[in-house]
Write a protein that binds this ligand. Structure first.
Ligand code: KIV
Length: 278
């Protein structure tokens, strides 16, 4: 799969790439990163990131919560609007937060319509497998692209007994494959596979026609996603096995701010070049 020749990344184009026979072009996996604000979204878009996911992980990395459950639809729309303003090329996907879609398909439609109208996102993501298939179908039939999310679904943290890998035994692996198939039959075009063994993610990726985006699911998916702040190493305390810090971000930020503080305290900043005299 390659997006090298794409202008704006669209769902139909991604679907065409997954179903296209492999040509002479080398395959390239899709790149997704979470984004929550305009400035980072602009940088990620300039880097050619294919999918900007405004994840409800913002409840943890932006708001400092222990989980994602308290995030509201208004908060998701607020952050997604900033991200969508920056995205020239990337597909912008907004998470439907906990409590904004589970009750019934009509509620999910109301939430998803608000997201698309008020934020400028191109698709919504919702957590859950077969149990959400009716809702996915309801949205897709009404013109709303839906990204599924199965495996370690953070909105079910209490039911799962923590942020735990899923699909480690035969029964739960079979259930997850069935969940993926149900979501695809309902019309989901992309499915996030989170926190599951690589062979299971590989099997799902090979079995279903939807694009799979993995996080903590090994290298066999059609693409990978990381939470931006994890990728940048902004919290050095958080380094589970599936995360790679591509920057010592926490140290770099602390060094920069400490230097600023030193220069302010010692009178070095602002210097004449930062100062208007008349
Ligand atoms: O909320 C989020 O950021 C997510 C990704 C980690 C997949 O759902």
């Amino acid at each position: 799969m390659t997006t090298a020749t794409l202008g704006r990344v669209t769902i139909p184009e991604l679907q065409r790439l997954k179903s296209a026979p492999i040509t002479t072009e080398p395959q390239r996996r899709l790149v997704a990163v979470t984004a929550y604000d305009y400035t980072f979204a602009r940088l990620l878009d300039q880097c050619g990131v294919d999918i900007l996911l405004v994840g409800d992980s913002l409840g943890m990395v932006i708001q400092g919560g222990d989980n994602t459950l308290s995030v509201t639809l208004d908060e998701m729309i607020y952050h997604t609007r900033a991200v969508a303003r920056a995205a020239q090329r990337a597909l912008v996907v907004c998470d439907l937060p906990f409590g904004s879609f589970q009750q019934r398909p009509e509620l999910a439609l109301t939430s998803a319509v608000r997201v698309l109208k008020e934020s400028g996102a191109h698709a919504v993501k919702l957590e859950g497998g077969r149990v959400m298939a009716e809702t996915v179908h309801f949205l897709v039939a009404r013109g709303i692209p839906v990204v599924g999310h199965i495996g370690l679904t953070p909105q079910s943290v209490h039911a799962l007994g923590g942020f735990r890998m899923q699909g480690r035994d035969r029964a739960s692996a079979a259930q997850l494959l069935e969940d993926a198939q149900a979501l695809v039959e309902a019309g989901a075009s992309i499915i996030v596979l989170e926190g599951m063994p690589m062979p299971l993610a590989q099997r799902i990726t090979r079995t279903v026609p939807a694009i799979t985006i993995g996080i903590g699911a090994g290298a066999a998916c059609d693409g990978q996603v990381l939470v931006l702040y994890d990728l940048l190493g902004l919290d050095e305390r958080f380094q589970p096995r599936f995360v790679k810090h591509y920057l010592a971000g926490a140290d770099l930020v602390r060094q920069a701010v400490a230097t600023f503080a030193d220069e302010v305290r010692s009178g070095v900043f602002p210097a004449p070049e930062h100062t208007v005299m008349e």
